[in-house]
Write a protein that binds this ligand. Structure first.
Ligand code: PBG
Length: 326
């Protein structure tokens, strides 16, 4: 026979056929909304490098959380921007500090209808902007930082967080947090380990979002973009230490890492589509260079296809709305 066999094109002939044969599907419950709250704001404050994303007030954060529930979004990851910073990041431990209070406020608003997650990291709270405290040489002191992370974790669990997200890439952070949670009676508070987190230029807009004080970079604790198998070591260590879920971050430039981790992980895998990934698509769409909705949907679906069970994305609620209507 000389005519071509029209497999696989016949499965692409109609929208219904494509829908039926899709290998991957996005659902609102897969999505986690990262959200920022800033102490002392009276109005939500736009983040110029992340059009459409704001630093929230307590009220606007509660509304965003309620809207996420309405749309069926899976979770919310909270980041706090304190009014006062110091070398030790002390405000992170204050039960009335911006992040701990936000966790409590969101919990009061949505209860258990949305998985409430807190960022366990010092970079928003230190006056030097590093994810940990510094030793006399200015090097981020791993073990002194762990001691604070343990107390931060308990403060967030006390405030009602369902999941803690340690994002500081200190060695041993999962073990220390797990132990602190057990000792304080928080046996059901889960840990989503930022296991393979790379030092990335794409974090730029986030630094504006949290008014980061950082000068320099985080290359002595975050992973090097050149490394692939090291990500497996990072995930294995976090699993041994008790991680309930693991994350790859950023997402789009690290889809190979995500696929590797998805292939070996016995626990759910998240990927974080970070601020710079958001900003690039928004900027191109604003210029009319790409179709905004198409690019957003395709980018998140690509992350899912590479192996993510859940995706942290600043488009979580908007995308969930589109998924509900389609
Ligand atoms: C650290 C943290 C960062 C992000 C999430 N948690 C910044 C960093 O490591 O420099 C970045 C998220 C994003 O860019 O969207 N607490």
């Amino acid at each position: 026979m000389s005519f071509p066999n029209h497999r696989p094109r016949r499965l692409r002939t109609t929208p219904a056929m494509r829908r039926l044969t899709a290998e991957n599907r996005l659902a609102p419950a897969d999505l986690i909304l990262p959200a920022f709250i800033r102490e002392g704001l009276t109005e939500p404050s736009p983040i110029s490098s992340m059009p459409g994303v704001v630093q929230h007030t307590t009220d606007s954060l509660k509304r965003a959380a309620a809207e996420a529930v309405e749309l069926g979004v899976g979770g919310i990851m909270l980041f706090g921007v304190p009014a006062v910073r110091d070398a030790q990041g002390t405000a992170s431990l204050d039960p009335e500090g911006v992040l701990n209070k936000a966790i409590r406020d969101v919990k009061a608003e949505v209860g258990d209808d949305l998985v409430i997650m807190g960022d366990v990291c010092l970079d928003e709270f230190t006056d030097h902007g590093h994810c940990g405290v510094l030793d006399s040489e200015g090097y981020v002191d791993n073990d002194a930082t762990l001691e604070i992370y343990g107390r931060m974790a308990v403060a967030q669990a006390d405030a009602g967080a369902h999941v803690l997200g340690p994002s500081g890439m200190m060695d041993g952070q999962i073990a220390v947090i797990r132990q602190a949670l057990e000792e304080s009676g928080h046996k059901n508070t889960a840990v989503l380990a930022y296991a393979a987190k790379y030092a990335s230029a794409f974090y730029g807009p986030f630094r504006e979002a949290v008014d980061s004080q950082l000068k320099g970079d985080r290359r002595t604790y975050q992973m090097d973009a050149a490394n692939r198998r090291e990500a497996i070591l990072e995930v294995e260590l976090d699993l041994e230490e008790g991680a309930d879920m693991v994350m790859v971050k950023p997402a789009m430039s690290y889809l190979d890492i995500l696929a590797d981790v998805a292939a070996m992980s016995p626990v759910p895998v998240s990927a974080y589509q970070i601020s710079g990934e958001y900003a690039m698509i928004e900027a191109a769409a604003a210029n009319g260079w790409i179709d905004r909705r198409g690019a957003i949907t395709e980018s998140v679906l690509g992350i899912k296809r590479a192996g993510a069970d859940t995706v942290l994305t600043y488009w979580a609620s908007e995308l969930a709305g589109w998924l509900k209507e389609s």
